[in-house]
Design a protein around this ligand. Structure first.
Ligand SMILES: C[S@@+](CC[C@H](N)C(=O)[O-])C[C@H]1O[C@@H](n2cnc3c(N)ncnc32)[C@H](O)[C@@H]1O
Length: 386
């Protein structure tokens, strides 16, 4: 059996179990959910596949050092003992990030500095030159995780976050992360031949993820990864992994995936994003108010993250909007499973429908719930959910 390396793939909190399943399907072994990610073992083929094909991981980190520690000096010594020069050169730029959970160290910034110094000192001693730091767009990212007693050092195989798919998207202020959207689609149990509607599609994140899933397009197709710039990069293996993913794509076809938004500007944004992904021909998008929208089929899945309020006026507007949304679902969406991601604790009360599911999920640091409502034909009576 090939030697298996150890990895950690972070993901939005709440998606760990789904990521375990996804990574196992890509060839990972011993996948184990941790808070905010998954630990796993894999050969390089599976590690490459995880980068290219995972829809849920935020990045793939390769464990290169692991030891107990008591002080910053212990962390310096561990870092200086790692053979960084085997994987990248002093001409490449680096960035160090440190996360601590119940770590006794006084300052994570100081640990970051010590790790950077240890890497640079090692390069200077062995190569006569040291890499420089680039915090904005580094060639190599080094991540350290500290708990009470152990430090783990990782080299980041992904580079830019995996939520950056292989096409450039129109900017949005607080977009839904692609991997969270993909996870919600999985949690909704949507099947690619089922009709799917996002009636408040904004920049179109759900639509893009759903279309890529339906056509089996690997999310990383067309982008670059840090692993390609590593000294031990296995180019023939990588080309094989990319060719296999390309061969698995399905022929492009019109999909039963529909997006709507009340704002013409958002509709245009979605169209720009679909075009950038070359999916604009296969997904229909229109300007429409969700409150008057009629289901395009007798059954299917609705997904959305409805508008949320921050200011008082917005909260009042939402307090009026949610009951009307509930009424619209009852009137026009019988036979559909409707899933809403929201951090707003008023939504379940005000929408006046009985939720059949409420899954805790994190949108960054923001605690949300995914509410599922099964709209049954003829269930027009009002029910209150608190
Ligand atoms: C939080 S954003 C959705 C973000 C989106 N999921 C994305 O990926 O960018 C909420 C969206 O709901 C839209 N919206 C608000 N009221 C609406 C209504 N009555 N009908 C349809 N869309 C509405 C807004 O224009 C906004 O684009």
């Amino acid at each position: 059996m090939a030697w298996l390396e150890r990895f950690f793939a972070p993901c939005p909190r709440g998606l760990e179990a789904l990521l375990c399943e996804e990574l196992a399907a890509l060839g990972a072994q011993a996948a184990k959910a941790d808070r905010g990610g998954v630990q796993f073992r894999a050969d390089w083929r599976a590690a490459y596949r995880a980068n290219l094909e995972s829809r849920l991981a935020t990045r793939v980190l390769w464990l290169v050092g692991n030891a107990p520690y008591r002080s910053e000096d212990d962390i310096y010594r561990l870092t200086a003992g790692v053979a960084w020069e085997k994987w990248f050169g002093p001409g490449q730029t680096i960035r160090v990030s440190v996360t601590g959970r119940r770590s006794p160290v006084r300052s994570l910034e100081f640990v970051t500095l010590r790790i950077k110094d240890a890497v640079c000192d090692r390069f200077r001693a062995r190569c006569g030159k040291r890499p420089s730091v680039d915090t904005a767009a580094p060639d190599m990212r080094i991540h350290a995780f500290l708990n009470e007693r152990h430090v783990q050092l990782y080299l980041d195989l992904s580079g830019e976050s995996l939520v950056r798919r292989g096409f450039k998207r129109a900017n949005v202020q607080a977009p839904l992360k692609e991997n969270l959207a993909a996870g919600i689609l999985r949690l909704s149990a949507w099947q690619p031949d089922e009709p799917l509607v996002d009636p408040m599609c904004g920049s179109g994140t759900f639509l893009l993820e759903a279309a890529m899933m339906a056509l089996r397009i690997a999310p990383g197709m067309g982008r670059n990864f840090a692993l390609e710039n590593m000294r031990h990069f296995d180019a023939p293996l990588w080309q094989e992994v990319v060719a296999n993913a390309k061969a698995a794509e399905l022929p492009r076809r019109a999909l039963p995936i529909y997006g709507f938004d009340i704002s013409a500007q958002e509709v245009r944004r979605t169209q720009v994003n679909l075009r950038a992904a070359q999916l604009h021909e296969w997904v229909a998008v229109q300007e429409h108010d969700v409150l008057t929208l009629v289901a395009p089929a007798s059954a299917g899945v609705m997904v959305a993250n409805p508008p949320y309020g921050v200011r008082l006026g917005e909260m009042d507007a939402l307090a009026a909007f949610y009951p009307r949304l509930g009424d619209a679902l009852k009137a026009n969406w019988a036979g559909w499973r409707c899933c809403f991601l929201s951090a707003d604790t008023n939504l379940p009360k005000l929408i006046r429908l009985k939720a059949s599911g409420r899954t805790p999920l994190y949108n960054g640091a923001l605690e949300c719930r995914l509410y599922e409502y099964r709209m049954v034909a003829g269930s027009n009576q009002r029910r209150t959910q608190t």
